[in-house]
Design a protein around this ligand. Structure first.
Ligand code: COA
Length: 166
């Protein structure tokens, strides 16, 4: 699939301590049970070589982020959000595609994630990127008892990620 870089000056790099105030704002705007700042703080220390936190920046300011772990050929996306101001501009698709490319180059093949049953925007995006639903975790989310769908890409090497620069 051809992923167009959004018409914004975007840069993806590792999340840093200085990003946390903006990242936390996006986190709180995006999730009903947001992660704590200490969870991000611990994660970005990069003591665990299997855990990755990336941000996508516009004019140096984080406008989205993704967190995943990668162990051998298996990856799991644990957190992913775009600032409400920047949604529906292709930023999420671009960040996810670049992250999948990164995972693939490091030997990742199976990629999984959980998504709320009601989260249609994210499910649409995941399907477009080659994920498919494999199972349901009943009442997985403790805040409202909602089910989680498990989405997977079985073999990342079969996904054609052609990321354009325009
Ligand atoms: C899910 C999320 C990251 C998508 O980011 P985004 O930058 O808005 O996504 P994109 O603009 O790249 O959209 C890519 C595709 O996703 C789907 N999509 C995105 N937002 C959608 C919406 N509101 N309704 C329906 N489909 C949507 C569409 O298929 C879209 O492609 P299109 O614009 O060509 O139709 C963003 O909505 C978000 O941060 N949501 C809150 C946090 C969240 O739910 N994270 C995922 C947890 S599993």
């Amino acid at each position: 699939m051809k992923i167009r870089k959004p018409c914004l000056d975007l840069k993806i790099d590792f999340m840093r301590k200085g990003d946390l105030p903006t990242v936390m704002e996006i986190e709180r705007q995006s999730f009903s049970s947001p992660w704590s700042e200490s969870t991000f703080r611990r994660g970005i220390k990069r003591k665990n070589p299997h855990i990755y936190f990336f941000v996508v920046r516009h004019n140096q300011i984080p406008i989205g982020f993704i967190n995943f772990w990668l162990v051998k050929d298996e990856a799991h996306i644990a957190n992913f959000a775009v600032s409400p101001t920047y949604r529906r501009k292709g930023v999420g698709k671009y960040l996810l595609a670049r992250s999948l490319g990164y995972i693939s180059r490091r030997g990742g093949r199976l990629v999984s994630l959980e998504v709320r049953a009601s989260n249609i925007p994210a499910q649409n995006l995941y399907r477009r990127m080659g994920f498919h639903p494999v199972s349901i975790r009943k009442k997985y989310y403790t805040d409202n008892g909602e089910d989680a769908y498990i989405f997977c890409i079985d073999d990342l090497s079969e996904i054609d990620l052609c990321i354009g620069e325009t």
